[in-house]
Design a binder for this molecule. Structure first.
Ligand code: KG4
Ligand code: ZN
Length: 342
């Protein structure tokens, strides 16, 4: 039995999670503490790297203390430490990596530098148990939009598609700004869309032409189309129907994400799809994914929102998978890699 502590600091969430790896391979979540600096970034309309790094520095030790208390363990009981070493913001990642190294050295336990993206997939195993292999993961957040083929969470993950410009969450945040809604834009757009008409405006579905990359995404053209539509409306002195624009934009995002993900699952012959990342909380995205997966006979797994957004529990879970798989720990030279590939 192993107790694994996970540290996450790749963006604006300082997360510390503690998970217990049982002899039968089950991973039990004992603590999941998160401190967010999102409020400090709100007035800038996006994450400010320097502000995020400082916030991590302030929050790291208190978040660690809360996690250990919540799990009702002693720091001395920890058997391994896992930390996000990329991808993400360089300064933010370095705070987590430095903290993890210090704790690993002080406790004399192995240190695992892990990739944030499989971490989002590992989060699902905390709620729904082991994943069938292979499976497909659709990761959608403010920083990433990826389709991953997962053969083994610990050792074999392949990126089969990604956004070529903005991440899906980034598009939500930018469109919210255009519509005068607060940051982060996902939740207010989701709310506004609930009373809007998703068919009011037909916004473009990026990269869906017959010659376009089958599994890649593009959202910057969609964002520009929304901006133009709103500008034209204002120029003509007409009111902007915020609810209809939000619903039509949201429909375009959900349509293209689910269409490509289901197509990938069918073409790869996988029977299970995991939907994770902050945007997985979107009601239309999860609803349409459920509908289209059911029609295609694909099992859809969506972790609860708390596990979808950035957290330390997912890093502890991925660390536990690495321990279980007998993967070698990282060397003491471990550093942060902002552009770490999957
Ligand atoms: O995973 P996450 O917490 O952090 C990143 O790694 O980026 O994702 C944050 C993103 C933000 O862009 C936010 O606007 C979006 O997730 N988001 C949503 C919803 N809730 C959060 N997007 C659409 N609908 C939502 N309900
Ligand atoms: Zn993330």
């Amino acid at each position: 039995m192993s107790l694994v502590l996970g540290i996450e600091s790749s963006c604006d969430e300082t997360g510390v999670g503690i998970a217990r790896l049982h002899p039968d391979g089950r991973i039990e979540l004992l603590a999941d503490e998160v401190a967010s600096s999102v409020d400090q970034h709100a007035r800038f309309g996006g994450v400010v790297p320097e502000v995020a790094s400082r916030a991590h520095l302030e929050a790291m030790v208190p978040t660690m203390r809360r996690a250990v208390e919540k799990a009702e363990v002693d720091l001395g009981d920890i058997d391994a430490i896992a930390v996000t070493c990329g991808p993400g913001l360089a300064g933010a990642l370095l705070v987590g990596v430095s903290a993890a190294k210090a704790y690993a050295a002080a406790l004399n336990v192995p240190l695992y530098g892990v990739n944030h993206l499989p971490g989002h997939v590992a989060a699902d195993t905390l709620q729904h148990g082991a994943l069938p292999a292979p499976c497909l993961a659709l990761l959608v957040s403010g920083g990433h939009t990826q389709l991953l083929r997962v053969d083994d969470l610990a050792t074999k993950i392949t990126e089969i598609g990604s956004t070529i410009d903005d991440a899906a969450g980034e598009a939500y945040d930018k469109v919210a700004r255009i519509l005068g809604l607060p940051y982060p834009g996902g939740p207010p757009i989701d709310r506004a869309a609930s009373t809007g008409d998703p068919e009011a405006i037909r916004f473009p579905r990026g990269l869906t032409g017959p010659r376009d990359a089958r599994y890649d995404f593009s959202f910057s053209g969609l964002k520009t189309a929304v901006a133009r539509w709103v500008e034209n409306r204002e120029r003509d002195g007409l009111e902007v129907p915020v609810e209809d624009v939000a619903a039509s934009f949201q429909e375009a995002v959900a349509d293209v994400l689910t269409m490509k993900a289901v197509r990938a699952a069918e073409e790869l012959g996988v029977g299970t799809m995991v939907l994770s990342g902050g945007v997985a909380a979107n009601s239309r995205l999860s609803g349409l994914a459920a509908e289209r997966c059911a029609a295609a006979g694909i099992e859809l797994r969506v972790p609860r929102p708390r596990l979808c957004t950035d957290n330390g529990a997912m890093i502890a879970a991925l660390g536990a998978h690495l321990v279980a798989a007998g993967v070698h720990p990282s060397a003491v030279e471990l550093s942060a890699d902002p552009a770490l590939p999957v």
